[in-house]
Ligand binder design. Structure first.
Ligand SMILES: [Zn+2]
Length: 252
């Protein structure tokens, strides 16, 4: 299913960790943001795109993690963009991303993993405003489509995933606080929020998502155990524990 969540913005959710492949209509054609995950799903997305009948002109990866660096030959040999910092990390992480893609999902065209290039300063074919920050990953980008009231949040503001501190960077609590402030400013223009994983938020749910991530990060900063409904999911306990340890408040 390809759902149109706003004017010229479509979402297809994967069975793998509720990952959202996002299709955005730009001036020259479609931009595919973080298409994923399984090969069969990428192929099905190709069918949806055929039915839309609008050419794909570019890809965009929100951050340099394998599940956001995928592609399929059916989408064409168009440029796949990322922030310059993301592109640099992805360039050095291709083998690791390929290995993780092969291990975690099925049928992914591994030769096309992580082939991203720096987005030109004027944004090239990618519409809207890029909001770049360092929370969760270096060069992490959200895309604000203010005229359509849409924020594509990357791996922030999810209803299923808690914040996941980047173990390769210091002061991720600070980076999250900064990023959430910037996304909060952007959200004043937003009715529809599309996270990298989980349900699309609409209307007042957008503020709820911001509040949940803020509360989690604030608790880490204070050295307290967060009160967070997402932590009811047992599979997140390892991630949560490493967040606590990285924030310097390990409960041991
Ligand atoms: Zn992700």
């Amino acid at each position: 299913m390809l759902n149109e969540v706003a004017d010229g913005v479509w979402v297809r959710q994967s069975e793998w960790v509720w990952s959202n492949a996002i299709v955005v209509r730009g001036e020259g054609g479609l931009i595919l943001v973080d298409p994923g995950i399984n090969g069969s799903e990428l192929n099905e997305l190709g069918d949806h795109l055929d039915r839309l009948g609008i050419p794909v002109v570019a890809g965009f990866s929100t951050h340099p993690h394998w599940d956001h660096l995928l592609w399929h030959s059916r989408f064409g040999g168009v440029p796949r963009y990322a922030t310059p910092a993301c592109a640099q990390v992805a360039d050095g992480a291709q083998e690791r991303a390929q290995a993780m893609a092969a291990q975690s999902a099925s049928g992914i065209p591994l030769e096309l993993v992580a082939l991203v290039t720096p987005l030109p300063a004027d944004g090239g074919p990618v519409p809207g405003e890029i909001i770049e920050h360092q929370a969760h990953a270096l060069g992490h980008a959200a895309i604000l489509l203010a005229d359509r009231g849409v924020l594509l949040a990357g791996d922030m503001l999810s209803d299923v995933l808690i914040p996941l501190l980047d173990p390769r960077q210091s002061d991720q609590v600070g980076a999250y606080a900064t990023a959430l402030d910037r996304l909060g400013d952007a959200s004043r223009h937003v009715d529809v929020l599309v996270p990298g994983h989980g349900a699309v938020a609409k209307g007042s749910e957008v503020a709820d998502r911001l509040a949940a991530d803020h509360a989690y990060i604030d608790a880490l900063r204070r050295g307290e155990e967060p009160v967070d409904a997402r932590l009811d999911q047992d599979w997140l306990s390892g991630i949560h524990q490493s967040n606590l340890e990285q924030a310097g408040h390990s409960s041991g």
